[in-house]
Design a protein around this ligand. Structure first.
Ligand code: ZN
Length: 191
């Protein structure tokens, strides 16, 4: 059975058995936080568990590398929507060690694109139309630098209202352990 068929089958039972009742909440984040993190499969359940968040606690935006590639792109817009429309008061960028976007190189990526049958003429056409494929398909060297860059971009965004805290963290995808890159308040950890 295909994965999508299994999804549809599972879903029928999920709804019929009212399993959704365990997840009922609202669209407003209870902990007033919006998180930008990576789409890495290891973080799907690990990240919320590692930070003690449940369904309904935070708006979570995900992409490859937890990156904000443009100050007026969809990620920054999502962060602003979380703040203005949904009551978020803190932004947390959480990159992770061993990220696929660390070390992503445009040359090897474009080799794979061509191996999958995309014509060189198509790539040339995109370049002639002003698409900087090389820049777009390049990741970062150090996740800490990438997180710090994203934090600075959010903090300096012209549409970010006063009083919004912006933090940057790195999570270990094996242990769930967090290290801080930028924290906009003094933290107290009770053991
Ligand atoms: Zn990643």
């Amino acid at each position: 059975m295909s994965t999508i068929s299994k999804i549809m089958e599972h879903n029928q039972t999920f709804v019929k058995d009212e399993v959704y009742r365990d997840f009922e909440t609202t669209k407003f984040p209870d902990k007033k936080m919006v998180i930008l993190t990576c789409m890495d499969t290891r973080l799907t359940e690990l990240l919320p568990k590692a930070i003690g968040f449940c369904n309904g606690d935070a708006k979570i935006i995900k992409n490859a590398g937890a990156l904000i590639s443009h100050p007026f792109g969809s990620v920054m817009r999502s962060i602003l929507v979380a703040i203005y429309e949904l009551g978020a008061e803190e932004v947390c960028v959480i990159g992770h060690k061993d990220c696929g976007m660390s070390g992503l190189r445009h040359d090897s990526f474009l080799d794979k694109v061509k191996e999958k049958g995309i014509d060189q003429n198509q790539l040339d056409f995109l370049r002639s139309a002003g698409i900087d494929l090389e820049k777009w398909l390049t990741g970062f060297d150090r996740v800490e630098d990438s997180v710090a860059h994203s934090v600075a971009l959010v903090r300096n965004h012209p549409l970010l209202p006063e009083g919004i805290k912006v933090h940057g963290l790195v999570i270990d995808p094996h242990t769930g352990g967090l290290t801080t890159v930028e924290i906009q308040e003094s933290i107290t950890v009770q053991h």
